[in-house]
Design a protein around this ligand. Structure first.
Ligand code: PSU
Ligand code: MN
Length: 306
């Protein structure tokens, strides 16, 4: 990627140059995944948690005609205030946003792409996109899965939401050669709930072991990303049956209103927050913070042993 279009903050650039741990963060979760001002408070808290663990946070977004890796506090606030005014950028949208000098928020897919270009291997988020329910008809499969297939970044997440078809999501990841590693349990977590009822491919608990796995994966020359699925803390979990009633209603409304394509996921997140009277949002915030702790520890381990 040409330097003109990829700009690391001085702090991120110096950490990368010295081989110190850096953790990438996405911005769609800020602009499109949570309402203001919770989005700003969460983004700031997540950056602080990563620093406490001894790593440098690098929130990624498109601003002023460049991909920006590491934002100033003012820039983070600008993004949080812009909300849905910022473009939601997947891989296909990046060149348009950069060349038109627009404000853009990166999804898991585009954050992975930009992180890899900058030399960052660990990325913390809430949940990944996946195969949408009804995808046999809509063909709506998140570009996140294709990016995981081709871009060597570890994505620390709480699994994927059950707004998606989770069995099919895991099938696609298997087909694409993406390892799904659950942390601290055998089950693949379903974002608001710890157990989706499906098994992850592997269970690895400790940051040092997770780092060793990643080192081996990439050392073998495997080109893909890795899903590090970290379940929501017990205290913040919402029972699956409760979540399902909100999801069923939100999906029904999405169908009635003809919501599709890139608008689907933000619509679902917003409706879940409303239908749950903020409970889904509180859990979302808690799990992202927990992912930040774990992701930063993995980044620290990865940096200390090369
Ligand atoms: N899932 C969440 N919160 C989010 C997203 C997904 O729980 O904010 C965002 C991420 O940026 C993810 C994107 O990459 O939605 C997936 O969108 P789509 O399904 O359109 O690919
Ligand atoms: Mn989609």
């Amino acid at each position: 990627m040409q330097a003109e279009w990829l700009r690391c903050s001085p702090e991120v650039a110096s950490a990368l140059k010295d081989g110190r741990p850096v953790v990438a963060l996405e911005s769609t979760i800020v602009a499109h995944g949570m309402p203001y001002p919770d989005n700003l408070a969460t983004a700031q808290a997540v950056e602080a948690i990563i620093r406490e663990q001894g790593a440098v946070p690098a929130t990624i977004a498109v601003m002023d005609g460049a991909i920006r890796v590491g934002l100033t506090p003012n820039e983070l606030e600008q993004l949080a205030r812009a909300g849905s005014q910022a473009l939601k950028l997947s891989r296909r949208d990046i060149a348009y946003c950069v060349s038109r000098r627009l404000l853009g928020a990166t999804t898991v897919a585009s954050t992975m792409l930009c992180a890899a270009a900058a030399g960052i291997r660990v990325f913390v988020t809430g949940g990944i996109g996946g195969v949408h329910r009804g995808a046999a008809q809509s063909m709506d499969v998140s570009a996140d899965l294709m990016e995981l297939a081709r871009t060597p970044v570890a994505v620390v997440c709480a699994g994927a939401k059950s707004i998606l078809d989770l069995p099919l999501t895991l099938e696609v990841l298997e087909t694409q050669g993406v390892p799904v590693v659950a942390i601290g349990q055998a089950a693949f977590p379903a974002f608001y709930t710890r157990d989706s009822g499906l098994k992850a491919d592997f269970r690895i608990d400790e940051p040092a072991q997770l780092a060793a796995f990643l080192r081996c994966h990439w050392g073998l020359g495997l080109p893909s990303g890795v899903v590090l699925a970290n379940p929501v803390p017990v205290a913040d979990e919402i029972p699956a049956a409760t979540v399902e009633t909100w999801i069923a209603q939100a999906l029904r409304e999405a169908g009635e209103q003809g919501i599709q394509g890139k608008a689907s996921t933000p619509f679902m997140l917003k409706r879940l927050a409303e239908l749950s009277e903020g409970r889904s949002l509180a859990t979302n915030i808690a799990l992202v913070k927990h992912n930040a702790v774990v992701g930063a520890r993995v980044a620290v381990e990865l940096a200390t042993r090369g």
